[in-house]
Design a protein around this ligand. Structure first.
Ligand SMILES: O=C(CO)[C@H](O)[C@H](O)COP(=O)(O)O
Ligand SMILES: [Fe+2]
Length: 232
């Protein structure tokens, strides 16, 4: 099990993105940088797109984790991989040909991720997930930062963990939405490997310390559930 912390720049100051990324970068800092791409169609919010991701790629060494909350990801996802994203996640509810999209993302040199909204069942996507490297379990309705964690999503995380542990899937299990000091342990105990946190990191007085504190809590929770976890 991994223990990756991925601050979401959705809660950062968009006028100072390079500084905001530097604020979470360091030996105990971000493992991935989570970039929420919203198109105002798939979700009722508009953030940033490919030109910003291209600029971010040149501005930081931290692996970029692009969460595409957009319609027609079949058309756009590969561009994010070509721009140098480390992981490109598309939504199950938006994708038309999930296998082709995963193959295209991977052929362009990135990891491929598939995201499930809270009401989207895991079982419907297990076959497609065999082509994916990351499963993003949304723990809020996508669209906005600062929402409350949905504890009922922990079952989905547990079932995904079991599928990975029994060799049916090889995905990193990622959680996104409402992850903070109060909720991250439950997500880790349920078996998540990668923890996206926006407001809990960028709303903190010291974002770098907030990242380190989240990771410590994750490692403690994982040590209880899995006494010999692999390095994150
Ligand atoms: O995908 C997202 C919203 O759709 C964000 O990544 C997520 O909400 C992070 O923000 P917070 O940690 O404040 O909930
Ligand atoms: Fe996200």
């Amino acid at each position: 099990m991994a223990s990756l912390i991925a601050p979401s720049i959705l809660s950062a100051d968009f006028a100072h993105l390079a500084d905001e990324i530097a604020a979470v970068t360091g030996p105990e800092g971000a493992d991935w940088l989570h970039v929420d791409v919203m198109d105002n169609h798939f979700v009722p919010n508009l953030t940033l797109g490919l030109p910003v991701v291209q600029s971010l790629r040149a501005a930081t060494e931290v692996p970029l984790d692009c969460h595409l909350m957009i319609e027609d990801p079949d058309r756009w996802a590969v561009g994010y991989a070509e721009a140098g994203a480390h992981n490109v996640t598309v939504h199950a509810e938006a994708v038309r040909d999930p296998i082709s999209v995963a193959l295209d993302i991977k052929a362009a040199g990135a990891r491929a991720g598939l995201s499930l909204k809270p009401n989207t069942p895991l079982d419907d996507w297990v076959e497609a997930l065999r082509e994916y490297d990351t499963l993003l379990v949304m723990t809020v309705e996508p669209g906005f930062g600062g929402q409350s964690f949905m504890p009922e999503m922990l079952d989905k995380v547990r079932r995904a963990r079991t599928m990975v542990d029994t060799g049916h899937l090889t995905v990193v299990v990622q959680v996104d939405g409402g992850i903070n000091a109060d909720t991250v342990a439950a997500a880790a105990e349920a078996g998540a490997d990668c923890f996206v946190a926006g407001s809990a990191v960028y709303g903190a007085a010291d974002p770098l310390r907030a990242v380190a504190a989240l990771r410590r809590t994750v490692l403690q929770a994982q040590a209880v559930t899995d006494p010999a976890p692999s390095a994150g």
